[in-house]
Design a protein around this ligand. Structure first.
Ligand code: FES
Length: 140
């Protein structure tokens, strides 16, 4: 679990994209609904390489800005095509004014061709580090 942000850092009906070591190299987005609920999901749409943080939040659904797939933030399920695979969800705890996220241990459903798609089978920081250190071919 890590401290993602303060409650006040996200307006109702908005999301905050987080990326870096805390998210294990896979960007996530924390949404705050109009009903003041917080949800965290992977930021990359499972259809193609689009940021759900740039999408439209309505109730507990996020609509992708590129082709309008909709995902249920509570379950990650696809509520509207063309995306077929669910987005990964992460547990959120709000304690006082702080929002904490516990990353899912499941592998992310990243789209083919995404700059992040090579990370799909990795789920731990050490696995990511080992992957980054692998030689990329014979220089000769
Ligand atoms: S990229 Fe999200 S629906 Fe196509």
């Amino acid at each position: 679990m890590f401290a993602a942000c303060s409650r006040s850092a996200i307006e109702r009906g908005e999301g905050l994209r987080l990326d870096g070591p805390q998210t294990q190299g896979v960007p996530i987005v924390v949404f705050r609904t109009d009903d003041d609920e917080f949800f965290a999901v992977d930021d990359t749409c499972t259809h193609q390489d689009a940021s759900l943080a740039d999408g439209w939040l309505e109730g507990c659904q996020i609509e992708c800005p590129l082709h309008a797939s909709r995902f249920d933030l509570r379950t990650g399920a696809v509520d509207a095509l063309p995306a077929k695979a669910p987005i990964r969800t992460h547990a959120v705890s709000v304690i006082g004014d702080d929002v904490f996220v516990t990353l899912s241990s499941e592998a992310p459903n990243l789209p083919n061709g995404s700059a992040l798609s090579g990370l799909s089978g990795l789920s731990t920081p050490s696995a990511l580090l080992v992957s980054a250190m692998q030689p990329q071919g014979d220089p000769a």
